[in-house]
Design a protein around this ligand. Structure first.
Ligand code: XMP
Ligand code: MG
Length: 178
């Protein structure tokens, strides 16, 4: 599988160091609170696990599955595949994402949680691809900025593959059939 990767953009060590750094920041920010950490499936799963291990306050976890993507292009629509099991009214929410590209997924989620009367909403994303943005959404905490390239690994997939890589990389063009 690793032979299908053209280039490693962010190494396993860099990702783990960043989780430690952001984890310390979140520990301070949520001290004495009981935030609800919301992982956006499936991509945020590895980041959520590594990040939250580094947060030293009590927190609750839940998951949401939304789809806006088919293949390599956003379909422009967001659909709830799996909703939360937790009430968000009056809660401090921490949305955890793998990547913000167009920002469509997150602006949909933020609007939804505002409508459901969350007390506060923070967004933490491992990756930010600012060149793809078509909505005005901005993350509160960003791990790394990535160029306008399709990236895989550490939760991010191409046709459901590569999510289990421990790093972020770019695929060789022949893998896309190019
Ligand atoms: P939007 O455009 O709504 O997209 O901000 C967020 C979701 O799109 C997926 N996405 C990617 N997936 N490599 C991937 O594997 C990429 O380069 C990429 N860019 C966007 C991802 O699922 C994210 O949650
Ligand atoms: Mg995703």
């Amino acid at each position: 599988m690793h032979s299908e990767i053209k280039e490693i953009l962010i190494s396993e060590e860099e990702i783990q160091a960043k989780c430690k750094e952001i984890g310390a920041q979140l520990t301070e920010e949520y001290e004495g609170k009981f935030p609800l950490a919301i992982g956006v499936l499936k991509g945020a799963m590895p980041f959520m696990g590594d990040l939250l291990k580094r947060v030293e306050t009590h927190l609750e976890m839940d998951f949401m599955d939304v789809s806006s993507y088919e293949g390599m292009r956003s379909s422009g629509e967001v659909k709830i595949e799996k909703d939360l099991n937790t009430q968000v009214e009056g809660r401090d929410l921490l949305i955890i994402e793998d990547i913000i590209d167009s920002g469509l997924t997150l602006s949909y989620l933020v609007d939804l949680f505002k409508y459901r009367k969350a007390k506060s909403i923070k967004i933490v994303t491992l990756l930010d691809k600012p060149t793809g943005r078509t909505s005005h959404i901005k993350a509160d905490i960003i791990g790394f900025e990535v160029p306008d390239e399709f990236v895989v690994g550490y939760g991010l997939d191409y046709d459901e593959k590569y999510r289990n890589l421990p790093y972020i990389g770019v695929l060789k063009p022949e893998v896309y059939g190019g």
